[in-house]
Design a protein. Structure first.
Length: 226
């Protein structure tokens, strides 16, 4: 209970700090209304406070004066996505990538947006371009694996999570996802290996208890069949 109360107090303090920062940005902007830097700063506080419409207004202003401002394009795309304006978010990502085709965040954002909007072929195309441009990125392989998992392409997802793990061996999220996939595909030995590895990396075994139980049940079923 005490921990919950402390978390609530910290959240309230963080919220107050962000509100104060936003008010400070608004105050300064009143004296310098044409300042692109202040507009971007205010928009960032609007975003942190989930004031999506206000953030969008600021990015609209910036882009009306600097149409190829990469920061404004990227964050307006994100804001448009939050507002479920997927078509406009897609245009912002595409405009950003026209300027910088190898921009990692922009390419990944566009791929994830296409996945969310059920443009699956386009999503996969963007991910393959991203991996081609950034072959040493564990994040790119993990994002692709996440998409494949969502579409129940489990074998492909395991392959790409394995690529991500090879690049970032201590990432517990990747191992947890691969263990879950091994369980789904009835590969209890592989799943248990990943779970044991998670424990050695510091994940409390108690938090993995449900997954360990699933592994045991899969093994028992397999033994009965034999």
């Amino acid at each position: 209970m005490l921990l919950m109360m402390m978390a609530g107090i910290n959240a309230a303090q963080d919220w107050k700090t962000m509100k104060d920062s936003l008010e400070n940005a608004v105050e300064r902007l009143a004296y310098h209304p044409d300042s692109i830097d202040l507009r971007l700063r205010k928009a960032s506080w609007n975003m942190r406070l989930e004031q999506w419409e206000y953030a969008k207004d600021e990015y609209d202003y910036v882009l009306s004066r600097e149409p190829m401002n990469l920061s404004a394009l990227f964050f307006r795309a994100y804001v448009n996505e939050k507002l479920h304006r997927y078509h406009f978010a897609r245009l912002d990502y595409q405009n950003l990538l026209t300027v910088v085709p190898t921009n990692f965040e922009g390419r990944l954002g566009l791929a994830l947006l296409n996945q969310k909007d059920k443009h699956y072929t386009e999503a996969m195309d963007q991910m393959h371009i991203l991996i081609e441009q950034h072959p040493d990125s564990a994040v790119a392989y993990a994002a692709l694996a996440g998409m494949e998992k969502e579409r129940e392409l489990y074998e492909l997802a395991i392959y790409d999570y394995s690529k991500a793990i090879a690049l970032d061996p201590s990432n517990t999220d990747y191992l947890l996802n691969r263990a879950d996939l091994y369980i789904k595909l009835k590969k209890p030995t592989d799943a248990r290996n990943d779970l044991e590895r998670l424990v050695t990396l510091g994940v409390p075994k108690q938090s993995l208890e449900e997954m360990f139980d699933k592994v045991i049940k899969k093994r028992q079923k397999h033994s009965r069949k034999q």
